[in-house]
Ligand binder design. Sequence first.
Ligand SMILES: Nc1ncnc2c1ncn2[C@@H]1O[C@H](COP(=O)(O)OP(=O)(O)OP(=O)(O)O)[C@@H](O)[C@H]1O
Length: 202
Amino acid sequence: MDDNVFEQLADKYDTAERKKSADIIVKRVRPELAGSTTASFIDYGSGTGLVSLALADLVESVLLVDSSGQMLEAAEAKISRRGLANCRVQHADFTKEIPEIKADIIFMSLVLLHIPDTEGMLRTLFRLINNGEKLIIVDFDKNERVHHPAVHHGFSYSRLKKQLSGAGFISTDISTFYRGRKIFMKKDASMFLAVSRKQAEQ
Ligand SMILES: Nc1ncnc2c1ncn2[C@@H]1O[C@H](COP(=O)(O)OP(=O)(O)OP(=O)(O)O)[C@@H](O)[C@H]1O
């Protein structure tokens, strides 16, 4: 398929709702990337790049990783149309196979909730982050109104912090930054941002 077809696919996937939530997330994440102009950045579970392509001007390079080839083809079409020379894509599912890649910052937005083994994923991400650098997670706060067999119903600060420290991170700052109507499985919900640090080599 040519770029045009994938742009149409992105248009179909990038609904008004998804764009709105991506805009809210981009606004919250941009200040976290101040001073990161030399950083390599991985967006794990990037989808079509709605969030990370809007962060690309703040970092040295962006690698969009997703388990869906179609999402990545749509992302690639956007990258080439916008001439984003520092962005590329990689097809991977870290729950199945972990590629030989490293980054200064790994970012994961509304993806951890889809991954059954939270601790296993956090340990994997820890290994891929360069010493002294960080993991940024955006996800939903724990929400008793949400019930779905394949999705975590959000995360509590205390449990997630424990899991992050179990994975090796030395510190985590978490804060809720947005509350919205019907944003999580059609239920009212809130989103948090967590920044976890990996110790610099001693
Ligand atoms: N294990 C995984 N590894 C890499 N990418 C993943 C994995 N699981 C999901 N993704 C990607 O993360 C993105 C978001 O996940 P998913 O498609 O399940 O949610 P969604 O369709 O956006 O639904 P929702 O709106 O409920 O979040 C998608 O681009 C998907 O391909």
